[in-house]
Design a protein around this ligand. Sequence first.
Ligand code: C5P
Length: 284
Amino acid sequence: MEKIKINAYAKINLSLDVIGKREDGYHNLRMIMQEIDLKDIITISETKDENIKIICKSKKVPTDEKNIAYKAAMLMLKKYEKPTGLTIEIEKHIPVAGGLAGGSTDAAAVLKGLNEIWELNLTQNELMEIALELGSDIPFCIMGGTALARGRGEELTPLKSFKDRHILLVNPDISVSTKDVYDNLDLKSIEERPDTGTLIEAVEDGDTEKLAKCMRNVLESVTVKKYPMIDEIKETMMKNGALGSLMSGSGATVFGIFKTEEELDICKSQMENQFKNVIKAKTN
Ligand code: C5P
């Protein structure tokens, strides 16, 4: 009976643009995705009883077939006809339903972990293809680093490393449904879109200040309307030294980018007076 422990890293969106609605109900996107060092820890163990069991201390994480890590395990068991059960332990540190791909990255870790313990020798591209059957963000979670994502989010072009930038995350303890946000997005009323070309240039030049100034997320138009607190967090970040601040994904986590760790620490202590879930991170 094999056992493996895997780090499942969160992501932030340095920008997110929605190009249009597709016939399959999804939207075509153009976004810059960035892996960060905030992580869940996933332990996968083979068992004899042929069931999938999810163990997680966080009450917000479902432990049944609704959990996307469960779905990933089920898909792999069926695909490779393995006569085994699996116990998946999730040590949760990434805020749930917070725009940080917390569920998606756990599922990606299950795919990677099973690829190893079953010695399937699947390539990264093969794993990314399986990942897309489970969710739009999961191929990026397999790849990590910094990437331009198009299509549903699965057409990925790796960008130059944007490692070791200082990131402060504030999660206002609101669980957001990604589907609801996309359903309520009015493409015609989007006022400000990211200039993705300039953002790519900033990443390629390693220019944190330029990137921070240009960051935009068109989904803020939906989520901020419902939760104005997101704008307040962004403003507080900017008043306290952030180079730029943005909502990640469909929300509601907000992040700020800082020039130095010292500047981040000053802002962090300010934010902690007002908000509960304040997390220090770095880009990977
Ligand atoms: O693929 P995933 O299950 O993560 O997507 C959740 C929901 O977000 C979808 O049901 C869809 O409503 C929306 N979505 C979208 N276009 C994308 C990705 C997600 O409309 N490219």
